[in-house]
Write a protein that binds this ligand. Structure first.
Ligand SMILES: Nc1nc2c(c(=O)[nH]1)N[C@H]1C(S)=C(S)[C@@H](COP(=O)(O)O)O[C@H]1N2
Ligand SMILES: [Mo]
Length: 233
């Protein structure tokens, strides 16, 4: 009796263990892909990202990617990169619709640039991106173009003079502090509008239009914010 009882207990224990492993295996199969955030289509644990972000660059302390105040007009946009293209059109000879990888095929640049929001906060971030000038080389910009209008997934837009973009060598970023932009910060691309106020730093860029409408006003510009948006010391 004693012996049999012990066997039963042992068996139960064995069952419980294999049950546990089966559960783990099933969880991995069912949710394994879903829990990784590689597709950028679900909410990011930003605190988790702070463990791997770069905090200092060439002796300069950087802000964290959690130091932003999320106040986008429609909240974060979750773009499925498999459906994504960046359109460059308007006053160009060769309009294009580039995939994420095609955009990243260009020379990459790294720079610490400060974003100043009109609300009074600012962040020093190490940006990594590609130059708009390089993207424009592929489309053959027409001579009459003097303005670049950016459009976003959330219906937001903003514009800058073509001259400003070329003179300041502005880029669109795909990484901040060494981390791929999380959706909350503008994945796949945010404009690094150096020396311009935060509302020029459009996130989730989907389209870049070359235009001759120098008076174009974007979302916040239409609502009374200065179209030059220069950061004043
Ligand atoms: N598409 C889009 N881009 C946007 C905005 C927005 O609402 N939509 N807000 C702008 C503003 S006002 C600021 S200050 C910066 C940084 O905003 P965040 O802190 O919400 O990331 O993003 C800019 N880019
Ligand atoms: Mo802002």
């Amino acid at each position: 009796m004693k012996k049999a009882g012990r066997v039963i207990v042992k068996d139960r224990h064995a069952n419980r263990i294999s049950g546990k492993y089966l559960f783990l295996l099933l969880s991995l199969l069912l949710f394994g892909c879903g829990t990784s955030n590689d597709d950028n289509t679900s909410e990011t644990d930003l605190e988790e990202l702070t463990k791997i972000e770069v905090t200092e660059y060439e002796g300069q302390d950087l802000s964290s990617l959690t130091d932003f105040r999320e106040n986008s007009i429609k909240g974060p946009q979750y773009i499925d990169i498999n459906d994504y293209t960046l359109t460059i059109d308007g006053l160009v000879e060769q309009p294009v619709a580039l995939s994420y990888d095609e955009v990243l095929d260009n020379q990459k640049y790294t720079k610490v640039v400060t974003l100043h929001c009109v609300e009074g906060w600012s962040v020093d971030i190490l940006w990594e991106g590609v130059l708009l000038a390089d993207l424009f080389e592929g489309v053959d910009v027409q001579k009459t173009a003097d303005t670049v209008i950016f459009y976003s997934e959330d219906g937001y837009s903003t514009a800058l003079p073509l001259r400003t973009i070329m003179d300041k060598q502005l880029m669109i970023a795909y990484k901040m502090n060494g981390v791929v932009l999380p959706p909350e910060r503008g994945f796949p691309f945010q404009l690094v509008a150096e020396d311009k106020l935060g509302y020029k730093w459009i996130k989730w860029i989907t389209r870049i239009e070359l235009s001759d409408d120098a008076d174009y006003e974007g979302y916040w510009e239409q609502r009374g914010f200065d179209n030059d948006a220069d950061v004043k010391p």
